[in-house]
Ligand binder design. Structure first.
Ligand code: PLP
Length: 324
């Protein structure tokens, strides 16, 4: 009943490991003080980073339905957009190669074509992706219908997937993720669900599909400077006629912008990853998405934002490939 049968076959084909684990995180920072008295919150992590060795994280969730459709419709040439470290292009490039579908990646940064490829671009190249580097101004047209029509014709692409895989179909896979959480927890609802927000489709998928039995509040952590903008991105995917749980985006933890970082954030990521190496904590994080989200969680707990004994769920959306 719960996982949607239409994406089960594609998930099997890619050996996606579902349900991804739901793990309790025991770390020093899950404890805090009110005056002299020691309190704690219960932190759970949905390990979507473990879904697959290459297509880890929310990019699988977002691509599951489109991939299934490529097969149904016998797509022959898929085109999409992203930056030079894009987790989305990396996941989609891998999948297209596996499915024997031609893939064109339109990459932001014309100068890159004369430089040595980073690991993400090397992988794409090895997977026979057609890499097209464009300058920032051209790249800004990535949602312009005329530009897309021209591109489709010029490249003879039959499917265009937006940047980040963020389209209405992406929400479908987030529903599958929530179904897994529903199956794994029967006790009291989560007081909050936290997840990083880039293009908003993942958060919209959680908002759209989360019931009050599962959670009370959804908190997005903006990974880029975009107060108002990010809320708009999330809203565009929500069904206006159905009620949703309360949600908001916290804009305190972007650390200067997308892929920007500080010594404090880098140190935090390093500490968590060292604890992981010592097996004190089960997770690894990187500074672009998961690091910002975990840093936010830690800080909010320390600030006493959550009531004692609150039950919090953080979604590990993956992304470790970009940090190589
Ligand atoms: C793309 C990405 C996100 C952001 O998801 P959106 O749906 O674009 O908001 C979060 N975490 C990781 C690891 C990602 O790769």
């Amino acid at each position: 009943m719960l996982t949607c049968p239409r994406t089960e076959s594609i998930a099997t084909q890619f050996s996606i490991i579902t349900p991804s684990p739901l793990q309790k995180i025991e770390a020093a920072w899950t404890r805090f003080f009110i005056g002299e008295s020691r309190k704690k919150v219960e932190v759970w992590c949905k390990r979507d980073d473990l879904l697959h060795g290459v297509i880890a994280g929310n990019k699988w969730r977002k691509l599951a339905k489109p991939l299934q459709e490529f097969q149904l419709n016998r797509a022959s040439h898929v085109l999409s957009f992203g930056g030079p470290y894009s987790n989305h292009l990396h996941a989609l490039g891998y999948c297209c190669n596996q499915l024997n579908i031609k893939f064109t990646a339109v990459i932001r940064g014309a100068y890159l074509k004369d430089q040595a490829f980073n690991r993400t671009l090397q992988d794409l190249n090895n997977w026979n992706a057609n890499l097209v580097f464009v300058d920032k101004i051209t790249y800004q047209q990535k949602t312009d219908e005329n530009y897309l029509a021209t591109l489709r014709k010029k490249m003879s692409a039959d499917v265009i997937i937006p940047e980040g895989g963020s389209q209405q179909d992406a929400l479908f896979g987030m529903q599958a993720m929530l179904d897994e959480i529903n199956m794994a927890t029967s006790s009291r609802p989560f007081d909050a669900i936290l997840l990083p927000v880039g293009s908003g489709a993942s958060m919209a998928g959680v908002i759209e599909n989360c019931s009050s039995k599962l959670a009370k509040h959804i908190i997005g952590i903006g990974v880029l400077q975009g107060e108002g903008y990010l809320e708009g991105l999330v809203n565009q995917f929500l069904n206006k006629d159905t009620p949703h749980l309360p949600w908001h985006i916290n804009h305190q933890f972007h650390f200067g912008g997308y892929a920007k970082s500080t010594v404090e954030l880098k140190t935090f990521c390093k500490e968590v990853n060292q604890q992981q190496a010592k097996q004190d904590i089960p997770i690894c994080i990187e500074p672009v998405y998961s690091g910002k989200c975990f840093f936010a969680l830690k800080t909010l707990i320390q600030q006493g934002y959550f009531a004692p004994n609150s039950k919090i769920l953080i979604i590990h959306t993956g992304g470790l490939q970009g940090a190589r």
